[in-house]
Design a protein around this ligand. Sequence first.
Ligand SMILES: C[S@@+](CC[C@H](N)C(=O)[O-])C[C@H]1O[C@@H](n2cnc3c(N)ncnc32)[C@H](O)[C@@H]1O
Length: 432
Amino acid sequence: MKHPTLFAEPAEPVSFVNRRTSDVTFKGKLSLPIHRWYRLTPSFSPQLALDIADHFGITPDGFVLDPFSGVGTVPLCMKYRGIPACSIELNPYLHFVGTVKTRTYADLPDIREFFDSFLVRAREEVAAIPKGKAVAGYLEENAQFIPPIHKPERWWSPMNLAQLTCIRRLLLNTEDTGEHIDLLKMGILGILIPVSNAKHNHVSLTFAKEPLPTVDVVGVLADKLGDIIDDIDAVSSLPCSEVKVYAGNSKEAASVLPRSPKVSAVITSPPYPNRFSYARETRPHLFFFNMIASAEAVGQLETDAIGGTWGKATSVLMDGVEPANAVVRKLMAPYLDIAHRDGNGHLMTAYVVKYFNDLYTHAEQIGKVCRARAKLAYVIGNSKFYGQPLPSDEILAGIFAHFGFALDGIHKMRRRVSKAGLYEAVVMMSRQ
Ligand SMILES: C[S@@+](CC[C@H](N)C(=O)[O-])C[C@H]1O[C@@H](n2cnc3c(N)ncnc32)[C@H](O)[C@@H]1O
């Protein structure tokens, strides 16, 4: 499977206004090799990353950074354009996804054999799980292998949970290590939501009214692993560059990244100020293979993230947050005033102020890692604050201007259909 959109030569001219949804959002990656391994709804289209790279005229002499890696869209796109690139991601599961997707795999026959033998064992063991009410006994006996997430029975129907528990036990007990295991884990984590009672009806996951009936979980996994094999095969003969996904916080980008090379372009999309929680969204995946130690650690992850809003992060906001400096204070003044008039905006005001304080810290770090004449593209959505639009794109541009990045243009790429007045824009800036 080779897809023209992923590997196409630059299309001229590239436009950033009124784009098709699939040229902006996750929808543009659902049929693309490797990009399709895990669906993150607030991730952007590979076509957008490639169009920005073309617009900036980035060549293999450049070095691209995505400080908010998500599922690794930017480093993956740059890799098969032959452009050296890296990214930073705070969430351990998303860091894992980006890392596994951007590796180069040379030993396809070995991977296939490894997957096949795992599937044979999984089929045998799953066939032995007692059916009907007796499944409760199986879950009790294998309690230590049940996915360690709060109320797993809410996420998966009993028979589906038992099959996942069996697969999890097999994987945790295997003696193999290394990249093949990571690919297998990628496949398993990629099916957790499709075999669950959760649905992608909204941007965030929600539970379906009716739990999912029993499905053939090993069959679903076999299909997923088949896709992974096909995709590795599809890119195996393509020339590519070295890319790396760093684990860390983009508010400390200068200490996360190596001192050289300096970054020639940033192509990225930070969280939007819309209270979407990446930690909440990925908690089944974070816990399934113990990528995070505890519920407290998830709370900390959320608090450290830009735009963190869930659980512990909310209690941090309770005490109120002041603009960190005169730059943020001035840029936010018109909107803080609206909150004060409303009289009820304590928590939301703290949320929005913390969001832009964090972006300020991040922008300062970007100033440290970029070379002269570096180009930046920040994809961001606006939001509404007490019924008034909050122009996050303009505020972001104001913050970066303070660190010597001039605004080249804000392109409104598409309206977000769910709410009037909301749009997604790309903010283009360059270092003077
Ligand atoms: C809008 S998503 C990026 C999606 C990405 N463009 C893609 O296509 O997958 C924002 C990402 O930033 C990450 N993030 C939030 N705060 C961060 C921080 N302080 N440092 C690094 N990553 C962070 C989130 O976990 C999330 O994966």
